[in-house]
Design a protein around this ligand. Structure first.
Ligand code: HEC
Ligand code: HEC
Length: 294
């Protein structure tokens, strides 16, 4: 979602460039950049076949928001239409899996490279780049478990503002974003927090690679804010979307019940412990810096 909104914010700023780029053959340039072939990353992921795989994959898909864009049945849909910017369709995954190998699917999901070797632009692959091989195996088992149904979706349509954004380097493909962030991972706070850290990957799409929050068009807080929540309120936020003090918290309130309702209290507790430990470390680091400056 962040990617979509990030593009949306470019709207007016980009307009000034539209005429210049249109005159200068921007249509062809943006088309070439949009389709620029990517190296196909190596992958050895194979769909899992054990009895629990499909259910685990489905749970992961829900937490990662796949269904928010690709639809409850993965049949795909038009999920955003912003005049002059783009009309966005998420592909019908029940049809895509029939044409694509497990490796193709992994490259799309974790590397941002389509089966035709072109970069993906809207699919938030950068937020999924850190999924483990075993998780991908479950996810692909789930995708393959759905019977083929519904029509193929059209490709997304780019408007003039999106083309200007691409030519001017304001919009980056997911493949490029992943390459640029290759070494950025969530802070590792030791084995006792590993389970909570794994769950926190579901927050990266909007709260950023290091959970530092985002000041772009979609404004999200640093997840240090979780330390100000007691356990009960934090569970309630993730299960129902109601923030501490009985507030509604924008997009967070909409997506939390859709994505995180299925998480147990114990899991949310481990996520909370991780976020609190991260906040404690931030405070300690800030204090040390303060001392050093004196
Ligand atoms: C913000 C909306 C959004 C979310 C969330 C999302 N996708 Fe996508 N996905 C897209 C769009 C749009 C495309 C089309 C290509 C592009 O972005 O350029 C796509 C493409 C794909 C493709 C390539 C399909 C093809 O026809 O080649 C696969 C596979 C895929 N998504 C799987 C997933 C999975 C699995 C998840 C969750 C882990 C997910 N997507 C989450 C929007 C989304
Ligand atoms: C699809 C985007 C999205 C995802 C994914 C997401 N968040 Fe948020 N979150 C937001 C936005 C936007 C806000 C700011 C809401 C507002 O306007 O007040 C927010 C706010 C919050 C807040 C502050 C609430 C308050 O008290 O105001 C917490 C805590 C939070 N998110 C936790 C999480 C956690 C934990 C995860 C992962 C399990 C997560 N979020 C995943 C978009 C998201």
């Amino acid at each position: 979602m962040k990617r979509v909104l990030k593009w949306a914010g470019y709207g007016l700023a980009g307009l000034a460039g539209v005429a210049a780029v249109a005159v200068g053959g921007g249509m062809a340039a943006s088309e070439a950049m949009y389709r620029w072939p990517q190296a196909k990353p190596a992958t050895r992921v194979v769909a899992a076949t054990d009895p629990g795989a499909v259910a685990r994959g489905q749970r992961l898909a829900r937490a990662m928001g796949c269904n928010d864009c690709h639809g409850a049945n993965l049949e795909g849909r038009m999920f955003d239409d912003i005049p002059n910017l783009a009309t966005l369709y998420a592909p019908n995954l029940t049809r895509a899996v029939a044409r694509q190998s497990d490796a193709d699917l992994d490259r799309a999901i974790r590397h941002g490279v389509g089966s035709d070797g072109r970069p993906l632009w809207i699919m938030p692959s950068a937020a999924f780049a850190d999924l483990k091989d075993a998780e991908m195996a479950d996810l692909i088992a789930y995708l393959r478990s759905r019977p083929g149904s519904g029509p193929e979706q059209p490709h997304m349509k780019l408007g003039p503002i999106a083309r200007v954004g691409i030519v001017l380097g304001q919009f980056h493909s997911e493949a490029a974003a992943i390459q640029a962030h290759e070494n950025r991972q969530l802070p590792d706070l030791g084995p006792q927090y590993a389970a909570g850290r794994a769950l926190a990957r579901a927050c990266v799409e909007c709260h950023g690679f290091a959970l530092e929050g985002s000041q772009s068009v979609l404004k999200t807080p640093d997840l240090g804010i979780a330390a100000s929540y007691d356990r009960e309120d934090f569970v309630r936020l993730l299960h129902t979307g109601v923030a501490a003090g009985d507030r509604k918290a924008g997009l967070m309130s909409d997506i939390a019940p859709r994505r995180f309702k299925g998480w147990s209290d114990a899991e949310i507790g481990r996520l909370h412990d991780y976020l609190k430990a991260r906040a404690t470390r931030q405070v300690a680091a800030a204090a040390t810096e303060g001392v050093a400056k004196r």
